[in-house]
Design a protein around this ligand. Structure first.
Ligand SMILES: [Zn+2]
Length: 398
């Protein structure tokens, strides 16, 4: 009897030891992850205000409901000496489409405005830029090589962090059209336009920008994105009826003059909540949405690494391209970040140029912004400035 009891006790203590070991390992992994997620959420991106920046504001100035929240974000104003029209460039509507924020930083850190005003919101969905997708193995950060070292960026998610807007509804009922959208779209700032001041946090973000467009009398708004190579709405400008002429002229001009393709897609009238639809319907502003091919978002790729983010090279997409399953040309060179950001720079400049040709009284004239061929030749990093060498008052953390 005594022998049996002793064997039972030994088995029990072995089970307890295994359970304890398992709890320690799980706790350790949770602790390490918690520190990594905290560092990602609180990392501040340095942005060097270039020679054109005349003032820096916060979105909460246009929507008091954002004050003190992670959804508040910075707005850079580049005002020319000569009065003219006003253009807004918004990036990071989807914070996992990195080409937007890179284009925005090139504008903020380099552009000089001679006439009119350029307004740039580099991290429009600021909360989304502080969220990630661990289930998809997203990298937390990526780095852009520059002459002065690697500039580190947070890699965000498509929607706002649940830490900032929770719980999700079963179905997202769009305001004011009452169209039923996916529950995920409640945190997607490209479904919450035009928004309302007392709605969920992401509706307050879009509502604040709608107010800014009116108060600042913004003529054109450009929302910069990236899209899957397997999705038909890629490598294009999406424009509603009222923006169509300018979008078409901009598209034809870059194809003829700069040799890259960027076709025009009409904004559907029945699909609500998108910037290219609601900004046009609820304000005087002409909206445009830019999509460059962004292979990282495609489902059938290898691991979602920071390399894939930057070079867009993937063997599975290459094989699909050979079977004609992609909507853009694709070869061994992938779809590198310099090409994508270069396209966004040229499209932005060309939309502003075409608007200015047709509205001479509200023209906007910019200088010192690289075009497609410049960014492809020099790389994105050569247009980003060293925050350590800049005057402290010119460095803004976002
Ligand atoms: Zn997007």
């Amino acid at each position: 009897m005594n022998g049996l009891r002793a064997t039972g006790k030994r088995a029990m203590s072995r089970t307890a030891a295994v359970k304890t070991l398992f709890a320690v390992i799980t706790g350790g992994i949770a602790a390490v992850s918690a520190v990594q997620f905290y560092q990602h959420r609180h990392y501040q991106l340095p942005i060097v205000a270039g020679p054109g920046v005349t003032r820096v504001a916060e979105l909460s100035q246009y929507g008091a409901g954002l004050k003190g929240t992670m959804a508040n974000t910075r707005i850079f104003f580049l005002e020319g000496k000569e009065p003219g029209g006003r253009a807004l460039v918004m990036a990071n509507t989807h914070a996992n489409e990195i080409d937007g924020v890179l284009t925005a930083l090139i504008l903020i850190e380099n552009a000089v405005v001679e006439r009119g005003t350029l307004i740039v919101i580099p991290q429009f969905n600021n909360s989304a830029s502080r969220s990630t997708r661990p289930g998809d193995g997203y990298p937390l950060f990526y780095g852009i090589p520059t002459a002065w070292g690697i500039k580190r960026f947070r890699f965000g998610d498509r929607g706002a962090s649940p830490l900032d807007q929770w719980p999700d509804p079963d179905v997202y009922v769009h305001y004011p059209d009452r169209q039923l959208l996916s529950f995920l779209d409640a945190r997607n700032t490209n479904r919450t336009w035009p928004g309302r001041p007392n709605g969920p946090l992401m509706e307050r973000v879009t509502d604040a920008v709608m107010r800014m467009l009116k108060q600042e009398q913004v003529d054109i708004a450009i929302d910069v994105h990236g899209a899957e190579t397997m999705f038909p709405v890629t490598n294009c400008i999406v424009a509603p009826e009222k923006s169509m002429r300018i979008a078409t002229m901009a598209s034809l001009t870059v194809t003829a003059m700069e040799g890259f393709e960027n076709h025009v897609e009409p904004s559907p009238q029945g699909f609500r909540g998108l910037s290219h639809r609601e900004i046009g319907d609820y304000s005087e502003t002409l909206p445009f949405l830019l999509e460059a091919p962004f292979p990282f978002l495609d489902q059938p790729t290898g691991p979602k690494t920071a390399d894939l983010l930057l070079n867009g090279k993937d063997p599975f997409l290459l094989s699909l391209a050979r079977q004609h399953k992609l909507f853009v040309p694709y070869d061994e060179s992938g779809w590198p970040v310099a090409k994508r950001v270069g396209q966004h720079c040229s499209m932005t400049l060309e939309i502003i140029n075409q608007y200015s040709i047709k509205n001479a009284g509200r023209a906007i004239r910019l200088g010192n912004v690289p075009r497609y061929a410049d960014v492809v030749r020099d790389g994105v990093g050569s247009y980003l400035h060293d925050p350590d060498k800049a005057r402290a008052t010119d460095v803004h953390y976002d």
